[in-house]
Ligand binder design. Structure first.
Ligand SMILES: *[C@@H]1O[C@H](CO)[C@@H](O)[C@H](O)[C@H]1NC(C)=O
Ligand SMILES: *[C@@H]1O[C@H](CO)[C@@H](O)[C@H](O)[C@H]1NC(C)=O
Length: 539
């Protein structure tokens, strides 16, 4: 009886602690163990910051009022008193820069009308840094026409948003709505995470039908299974594959909205989020793929990965020889492996060689990847706001990280995209990508020299060797993808031993999100992919 009581107390204490520390930012060195003392230090440090913020005198000069009006539509980025989890002293804070007010974070740097705050501790001391990071990305945003910008705005006006009911539906409901059958499956990984898989059942099955070959679809960074569905029947790859006679499975890696349970860790606690690409590749993929094979009664399957869905595949296949016995073919949409030429300001600012690195990682902390509005502004939101002018799009992590392109995207789809994405990820995931930018290699997670030596036995994390990926691969990439540069894909292509197809999408301005959301994706990508799967002999 006593033991039960004790356990109950411990459980309650754990929950209480989890909720108290929910929004705490931890110091930016990585650790394997969570030291309770760290929390205490951080908490006190944080309190000080909040007090400082509250002491800042309010100003009511008419000049400021005028200035604020011009930032009117940014008001949802900057409501001071509500935000407990903001670092007001940060040089990254750039939401409202009122002239004449002595701000603790110093002067602003202005670039093409975009203001980036430059605090006393900031290492960013000239415009060149900003230019270097933003120029390429900026160029790729230039082609969005005035007409498209207006359409994006209109899409968020009440009528259109109300008409698009998909905004409120989860994956199961989306699939059902279009007349397909659906199954939800829960898979437990060998390290205790529960992952949800969705299986799309065909609209019609004839009794004498042969078992359908399985195709497993793996979503991208900041995504979830939803992204394979939002474009709807006739356009989304998931439905097209089902119509073509395949047994379609949609995975959800740990940390996404459908995979947020663990045997002992609570999602509100940073411990839940201590994973990078490595853990997803080592635990989630084998669990989901084994389960799909077992349940569908197949020996092998086709794998389609998009964005991070390719990263985790290549990490798994390079280290687990069993992959050769389980994969018929791998289709890599926007393969994110080498990141040297990445154009996304977010990735370039978070990479360890960047002058922004320290501040951004400190602000992001160690738990779920949930950048504050200020970070979003700094890493591209301000630029997006200036170019596209729509706050809904420009405060969305996916659009800010991968760019806004509407050349092929139906503006009416955008409210649904914004409501379903981001799908959830850990801070360590994005840091891992940042490390790839800096190291020009695809390595395991870099914990810093000391921990690397303990964990890997070397000062540097080991590389994933692409020559060991012994499965047939098809690569799909495009010229204007912020995250995936053709030069980086060329390198991957050269290193992979069995590339069957390397296809550069022949569509102007085709960008990262277009694989999922462009009207033209079925014609310029999916058709070729499905043909290729059909041609591949099953065994
Ligand atoms: C989707 O929503 C339906 C209806 O609310 C619910 O029954 C179902 O459990 C949800 N599925 C998931 C995976 O969230
Ligand atoms: C998956 O199946 C293989 C055997 O095919 C087994 O060795 C491996 O441990 C399984 N992995 C998981 C996570 O279940």
């Amino acid at each position: 009886m006593k033991a039960v009581y004790l356990l109950l107390c411990l459980a309650l204490a754990h929950r209480a602690a989890a909720s108290i520390f929910r929004h705490q930012h931890r110091p930016h060195t990585d650790s394997l163990l969570v030291q309770p003392l760290d929390y205490v230090d951080q908490y006190q440090h944080h309190e000080k910051e909040i007090k400082m913020r509250l002491r800042r005198p309010g100003s009511s000069s008419s000049e400021e009022t005028k200035e604020r009006t011009s930032y009117d539509d940014l008001s949802d980025y900057a409501s001071p008193l509500r935000s407990v989890d903001r670092n007001w002293n940060s040089p990254l804070f750039s939401a409202v820069i009122a002239p004449g007010e002595p701000l603790p974070y110093g002067d602003a740097i202005s670039w093409r009308g975009v203001d980036i705050a430059n605090g006393p501790n900031s290492l960013v001391n000239d415009k060149k840094d900003i230019e270097q990071i933003f120029n390429d990305a900026y160029k790729l945003m230039q082609h969005v026409s005035e007409e498209d910008k207006k359409k994006i705005h209109d899409a968020f006006e009440t009528t259109a948003a109300a008409v698009n009911e998909d905004v409120h539906l989860n994956a199961t409901q989306l699939i059902k709505k279009h007349g397909y059958g659906v199954e939800e499956h829960i898979v437990k990984t060998d390290d205790g995470y529960f992952l949800t898989l969705f299986r799309i059942l065909p609209k019609q099955v004839s009794l004498d039908e042969e078992p359908r070959p399985a195709v497993f679809l793996m979503h991208g960074f900041l995504g979830s299974a939803d992204e394979w569905l939002l474009n709807g029947p006739e356009k989304s790859l998931a439905y097209l594959l089902s119509d073509a006679g395949y047994d379609v499975w949609l995975g959800n890696v740990r940390g996404t909205k459908y995979s947020r349970h663990h045997v002992s860790k609570h999602e509100s606690h940073p411990d839940f989020w201590h994973f990078s690409i490595d853990e997803i590749a080592l635990h989630d993929l084998p669990a989901m793929i084994n389960y799909t094979l077992k349940t569908s009664g197949q020996k092998k399957l086709h794998y389609v990965g998009y964005s991070q869905g390719t990263t985790v595949f290549f990490a798994w296949a390079a280290t687990q020889p069993e992959s050769r016995d389980k994969i018929i073919s791998m289709h890599a949409l926007a393969p994110m492996v080498y990141m040297s030429h990445v154009r996304s300001p977010m990735m370039r600012m978070i990479e360890p060689g960047s002058r922004f690195h320290e501040h951004i990682t400190e602000e992001l902390g160690h738990g779920e990847f949930k950048p504050s509005k200020e970070i979003i502004h700094t890493v591209g939101g301000n630029m997006c706001k200036k170019e596209i002018g729509c706050k809904h799009v420009c405060s969305n992590e996916n659009f800010v990280t991968t760019g806004v392109d509407t050349a092929g995207m139906d503006p009416e789809l955008i409210p649904a995209i914004v409501s379903h994405l981001p799908g959830g990820a850990s801070t360590r995931q994005i840091k891992h990508f940042g490390q790839a930018v800096a190291s020009h290699e695809f390595r395991k997670y870099d914990y810093g020299v000391d921990l690397n030596t303990k964990i890997y036995g070397h000062r540097q994390p080991p590389k994933y060797n692409m020559a060991d990926v012994k499965v047939p691969v098809s690569l799909y990439y495009s010229e204007e993808d912020w995250l995936v540069h053709p030069k980086d894909v060329d390198r991957l292509h050269k290193e992979l031993p069995d590339v069957r197809d390397a296809y550069k999408v022949p569509e102007k301005h085709f960008s990262h999100m277009d694989y999922q959301f462009s009207k033209k994706a079925p014609e310029v990508v999916h058709k070729r992919l499905i043909e290729s799967i059909k041609k591949t002999k099953t065994y």
